[in-house]
Design a protein around this ligand. Sequence first.
Ligand SMILES: [Cu+2]
Length: 374
Amino acid sequence: MTALLTLTVLVLVGIAIWQMTKIFELSQVKTDQDTEIANDADNKYNGYLLFGFLIFIYGITIFSFAKYSKVLLPEASSAHGAEYDQLMWVSFAIIFFVQTITQALLHYFGYKYRGKKGNKALFFADNDRLEFIWTIIPVIVLAGLILWGLYTWTNIMDVNDEDDPLIVELYAQQFNWTARYGGADNVLGDASVRLIDIDKANVLGLDEADPNAEDDIIVKELHLPVGRKVNFMMRSQDVLHSAYMPHFRAQMNCVPGMITQFSFTPIHTTEEIRLNPDVVDKVKRTNAIRAEWAAEGKPNSDPWEFDYVLLCNKICGKSHYNMQMKIIVETEEEFNKWLAEQKTFGETVMGTTAEEVMDTADEVAMETEMTSEN
Ligand SMILES: [Cu+2]
């Protein structure tokens, strides 16, 4: 209530000052100086303002480089990441170079050719050579960037079954991720949202009749072996999500009703990337903040350790910000050991051992006999 009253008073004081200024202006005697037409002094003043603005944009650029460079992602942890980063940095460098030069020229000429009494602008209809130069340079640079971009895109998006890739499903739903491995056969069982059975905890809608589904492994923490290609198959249960793995320079939309794909090869284990100087620095800075929080008794102040993450990069609802899953990249041995410890779909959801399956089969057979007898 106090805030509202203060705000009202401030607004009213503002209106009063504005009205008084208007009255003051109206009471002044009109002279030539007060016309709406800019004179030499006005033009000079605006010319200096242009220079001021140029210094401002250069200053804010240098400031941003100095202050925010450290929040960039560390070196890419996937095989294709370096190529992707190179394309981005070259594009940035070209944009930065052109921007720096053209802004200086734009503001300088704005100042140099400011209006002066008696000066007339030089006018010519066209100049073929100038137009050729300012057309052909951007054409060559842009065509080069686009071709390079298309080449990189085709390389990265080429999802194929060469080199024995690990098959992993990423399943998105409001607001969490689930991962599924194909199990011993590395083949994912069929699944459909229509087969979701909450009573049996078949949350991914796996088809129990599909023999490939039985050994599938469903987990809430994504483990990947280093150096092996991974083919991701993405599904969504409800709305558009986007599987975003920034450290691997990977992102793909998850679309209800279809399977989208992305493929990459992790090249650094979690242990290795934790030793990367950028990551070490980031952890140090974060933990300094957390130590302050701990001193103030705030929550979430335990020391933090770096982990790769899978995030959702489509605003998919109110808890979108918290839709993430931890990714652990480890050696092939560690990965195999971890995978062997996980329960299969057959063990958890179908809940039937081989004997039980046999028993059920017998029962069905008996029932069928009984029915046929009747
Ligand atoms: Cu989402």
